[in-house]
Design a protein around this ligand. Structure first.
Ligand SMILES: [Mn+2]
Length: 260
């Protein structure tokens, strides 16, 4: 497949910008950016994350580190999704529409926020496209199932909305990294592998437990950087102590990928 056969049109009408491609990779990925921070309650600024990640990635590309995504995947930079700044409903609608268009092209979506609400429109599009329930692997210091706290969807409620709407199989989904002393709100919807538990048992154990929980379901992975210890990710909306580090994350994914 050639890049220009994908028929992806940027919402801004621009050209596809290839990030890079590994010829042995099977699936094309669209790196899709969501500059949205309208549901951040305390610290905003997540709308600037897309440009910050692009800038930071220059160093990894230059250094040829083993974490260069475009060296492992067939990818294009799809650009930022365009929506009305500050309009929650337009952001949800335009994002779902953009992701639906990408999926119809046979391309997978790698979505970067943005505040913690971003799984809501993205997984809605995936769920409708696949016509069934997805398992989620959810990295987070929080359950994001605090539906009773807000009268509208936020970064603290999306787990409930996706489950209630039927796009996610909560019984076969997992949240990793919750710090139990800070949890409150209604009962968790997903299986919980809390921070202390996974630190005690290690990343390989956590990966094996994850695979048992999700079974043969299709999986969507979502990563809140506050999963990481506050010393490693201090600039997130809600920094939390007593979390895992990046070494844990890498070892977890190596263990996960070692199993088909
Ligand atoms: Mn969180």
């Amino acid at each position: 497949m050639r890049l220009w056969d994908l028929r992806i049109i940027s919402p801004r009408g621009g050209e596809l910008r290839p990030l890079g491609a590994n010829p042995t990779a099977v699936t094309w990925w669209a790196w899709t950016w969501l500059p949205w921070d309208g549901t951040a309650m305390a610290r905003s600024g997540q709308r600037f994350m897309p440009r910050a990640i692009r800038e930071a990635s220059i160093w990894y590309g230059w250094a040829r580190a083993p974490f260069v995504a475009s060296g492992e995947l067939k990818m294009v930079d799809y650009g930022d999704v365009l929506f009305h700044p500050g309009n929650l409903w337009d952001y949800l609608e335009q994002t779902e529409k953009a992701v639906t268009g990408i999926l119809e092209s046979g391309v997978s979506v790698f979505a970067c926020g943005g505040d913690r609400s971003i799984p809501l429109p993205v997984v809605r599009a995936y769920g409708k496209r696949l016509g069934g329930k997805l398992s989620l692997i959810h990295f987070d210091a929080h359950s994001d199932a605090y539906a009773e706290l807000y009268p509208y969807p936020t970064g603290g409620t999306w787990v409930n909305e996706l489950t209630d709407e039927g796009w996610v199989d909560g019984g076969r989904s997992v949240t990793l990294g919750v710090r139990p002393t800070r949890e409150f709100g209604k009962a968790d919807v997903f299986h919980q592998l809390g921070s202390e538990m996974i630190l005690d048992h290690g990343p390989v154990w956590a990966a094996e437990r994850t695979l048992e929980i999700v079974g043969d379901n299709r999986v969507y992975i979502t990563f809140d950087p506050d999963f990481l210890d506050a010393s490693q990710a201090p600039a997130v909306h809600t920094p939390e102590p007593l979390g895992p580090d990046m070494r844990f994350v890498i070892k977890y994914f190596n263990a996960l990928m070692a199993r088909d």
